[in-house]
Design a protein around this ligand. Structure first.
Ligand SMILES: Nc1nc2c(ncn2[C@@H]2O[C@H](COP(=O)(O)OP(=O)(O)OP(=O)(O)O)[C@@H](O)[C@H]2O)c(=O)[nH]1
Length: 460
């Protein structure tokens, strides 16, 4: 038999069943013991009562004839009986004449008398409590007259009763244990055969199932011809596993589809990101280009009027904050209309490019800005520059143009020259604004034109 573990259902059931069985058996056994005790005690009483028939006549004869040896032999015989614990003979006055074993003496105290007549006290407890039967000693003579010549008492004890009952109890106990063990083994066998083994088989089967192995179509079939609930449970498990595998298969296919979709979305996303990055880069470049174009003069490549205005405004405010001077110079190519008319417009453009390039290269400081102011006019913004140091720069620039020695047949100097006006102020101390500064520079330029050209004039 395959015994189940101590945590199994069978063991739990066994505990309940045998717990109840034990309590019931205990109660029944106690009732049986009580009945057995009463029955045994009644039997001993009967045995003691029956002794009068056996020994009464012998004792009456030996007492009548004062045959002490016969009396003694008779008491010894009686006391050797299994149920007897003591016996005594008393005279008509109640005095003990002869005794053997445990008896009650004249005072009612339990005493032990041995074969030599020596007396010793007996411990009075429950088991030693005496059960006594007193019989009269009646002698009937030859005239058929009855003589009361004393009495004799035969004793037994609870100890004798209990010993007999204990024997019966042992039989009952052995009987119960054997019945219990047999029942226990039958129950275990039946339980294991019909419930334990199938349940274990079912649980092992379910535990071994790998639902990821979709191709294995395992199912369980319990042994046994009779169909009971566990067979139905096995069928239900088989159906459930088949359904789970089917849905797992569908889920797997869906999952694969999703993964593919995810991968293509990832690729698409990546290409979109790349395209966006490219477009963003192109856009930034275009913006940069536009910004450059919007601030650069197309012909000369230097900052245009718009850039000039913005830069002058910023530098004005910065110098106003810092209390620094700001200088502005305007450059105008002399007799340029004549040049265009004489050499052509394309040659005029080339002159403008060379003038712009030369002016820019001549400016020393990085913070200075050379811009095309408009037409054949150029401008210089020199922050943190007073008129003295500004004049020196501007003279250098004019000289540089002169030194280019670009022929101009219609100029009185025979070459390209520029007229220059310089205006400077400390914005934080200036009453006017940036336009006022430009107007004074413009006025100075006008005067430079009128007074001979190819010269530098400082605004008043
Ligand atoms: N080639 C060329 N010529 C330009 C350009 N912008 C302006 N001009 C010409 O520059 C000339 C300017 O002439 P004016 O304003 O009379 O001045 P000017 O002839 O230099 O005389 P002054 O300034 O008095 O010395 C005009 O003929 C414009 O057509 C340009 O981008 N290219």
């Amino acid at each position: 038999m395959n015994f189940v573990s101590k945590h199994s259902l069978a063991v739990h059931l066994l505990r309940i069943i045998f717990g109840s069985y034990f309590v019931v058996t205990l109660i029944v056994t106690c009732i049986q013991l009580g009945a057995e005790y009463q029955h045994t005690k009644a039997g001993i009483d009967n045995e003691l009562t029956a002794m009068e028939q056996t020994f009464g006549a012998s004792l009456a004869s030996s007492t009548w004839r004062f045959q002490g040896d016969v009396q003694k032999a008779t008491l010894t015989g009686i006391s050797n009986l299994p149920v007897v614990t003591g016996v005594k003979i008393e005279d008509p006055q109640g005095r003990v004449r002869l005794a053997l074993g445990n008896i009650d003496d004249s005072d009612g105290i339990q005493t032990h008398v041995n074969a030599d007549g020596v007396r010793s006290p007996v411990a009075s407890d429950f088991l030693n409590a005496a059960i006594g039967h007193r019989f009269p000693i009646l002698y009937v003579d030859e005239h058929n007259l009855s003589h009361d010549i004393g009495s004799w008492t035969v004793y037994s004890s609870r100890h004798v009763v209990v010993k007999k009952v204990a024997y019966g109890f042992m039989l009952i106990l052995i009987n119960s244990i054997i019945k219990t063990l047999v029942l226990w083994f039958i129950f275990l066998y039946v339980f294991n055969r019909w419930l334990g083994a199938p349940i274990t088989e079912l649980s092992s089967f379910v535990r071994e199932q790998d639902l990821n192995q979709l191709n294995t179509q395992q199912s369980i079939a319990l042994l046994g011809k009779k169909q009971h609930e566990l067979h139905f449970l096995a069928d239900a498990i088989n159906a459930m596993l088949a359904s789970i595998r089917k849905h797992m298969g569908q889920n797997r296919a869906l999952y694969d589809e999703l993964q593919q979709e995810k991968e293509s979305l990832r690729v698409l996303n990546r290409s979109l990101e790349l395209r966006i990055a490219e477009r963003t880069h192109d856009l930034a470049q275009a913006n940069e280009q536009l910004k450059l174009l919007s601030l650069t003069d197309a012909l000369t490549g230097i900052p245009n009027r718009r850039c000039f205005d913005q830069t002058l405004d910023q530098e004005w405010r910065r110098c106003a904050r810092n209390g620094k001077p700001l200088m502005v110079a305007l450059f105008d190519v002399d007799w340029f209309k004549h040049y265009n008319d004489h050499y052509g417009h394309i040659a005029g453009d080339e002159v403008l490019r060379r003038v712009a390039s030369t002016l820019r290269q001549t400016v020393g400081r990085a913070g200075d800005t050379v811009a095309r102011y408009g037409g054949e006019e150029f401008a210089l913004i020199a922050p943190d520059t007073d008129s003295e140091s500004g004049l020196s720069i501007v003279h250098r620039m004019r000289d540089a143009i002169f030194s280019l020695d670009m022929p101009h047949a219609l100029s009185s100097f025979g070459r390209i020259t520029v007229s220059v006006a310089v205006a400077s102020c400390v914005p934080s101390q200036h009453e006017g604004d940036v336009n006022t500064l430009l107007q004074t520079a413009d006025a100075a330029l006008y005067r430079a034109k009128l007074t001979g050209r190819n010269q530098v004039l400082v605004a008043e």
